[in-house]
Design a protein around this ligand. Sequence first.
Ligand SMILES: NC(=O)c1ccc[n+]([C@@H]2O[C@H](COP(=O)([O-])OP(=O)(O)OC[C@H]3O[C@@H](n4cnc5c(N)ncnc54)[C@H](OP(=O)(O)O)[C@@H]3O)[C@@H](O)[C@H]2O)c1
Length: 280
Amino acid sequence: MRTVLVTGGTGTTGSRVARGITAAGAVSRIASRSAAAPGQVRFDWADPATHGPALSGVEAAYLIAPVGVADPAPLVQPFLETAAAAGVARLVLLSSSAVQESDQPGLGDLHRRVRASGLEWAVLRPSWFMQNFTGQHAASVAAGEVVSATGSGRVGLIDAADIAAVAVRALLDETPHNTDLVLTGPQALDYAEIAEALTRALGHHVAHRAVTPAALSHHLTSLGVPPQWSDVLAALDDDISRGGQDFTTSTVADVIGRPPHSFADYLTDHLAAHTQGLQS
Ligand SMILES: NC(=O)c1ccc[n+]([C@@H]2O[C@H](COP(=O)([O-])OP(=O)(O)OC[C@H]3O[C@@H](n4cnc5c(N)ncnc54)[C@H](OP(=O)(O)O)[C@@H]3O)[C@@H](O)[C@H]2O)c1
């Protein structure tokens, strides 16, 4: 039976990828710094001694780069070399629709390194996650607002479950994808429309508070986000405001054979699962 190492396996996409791998009849090995549960292996990007044991006996790996690290290559390149030496056949990297392959330090540099690794590969480039509005912004949404510097720009929000479904195919399909896949939901929405959908689903008013990128960066820093990362997030919002994310793709349906979930359907399912005490 094939074994897949899932880095970030306790997180938003990784936990769903791990469940999908198991459902497909393969073994998921969940990488985690704490490795607190059965089926998990201790893995820390900052501790290369954990990489070899995590990769031993693995056919494919789902790769989430160290989050919030400006230049991840020094941590990830040794992992890629260890993977190749351990006989790993395939790598699937999670990136972003906002990031393209690049030879400059950053996530785009990892596209290049994964493609050049000599292994089978895919780079997933999803749009913004629907889970952002039920996870990291849940307190703000509960308080009745979403704050952004996106103006009236649209973004093709995607359910992390759909990203995971594509990842499972990219990890397990007989034929490697060997390409990058830009993933969106079925509709690009602006933040006023997102706030309306949240209002309808939650039954209390949620407003969109539009601010400048500088004000957003300041706001995020006041919430404890490191200043450099606040600037990155504000710049991403600015890109949305300029129309840089106003598109959808057919890639999810092309790969998994069904359309991606709409934001309204995602919210309905999330609230139903929440009511039953399940994570969504
Ligand atoms: N949110 C969005 O809208 C969006 C859109 C496009 C792309 N993305 C990309 O998505 C990625 C994040 O993916 P995600 O949301 O699925 O992950 P996530 O929920 O942020 O979880 C990341 C996981 O990484 C693990 N982790 C943290 N530090 C680690 C370290 N030093 N070594 C090993 N593991 C570590 C944590 O697990 P443990 O605590 O168990 O170790 C955690 O479960 C980022 O690269 C981001 O650019 C996000």
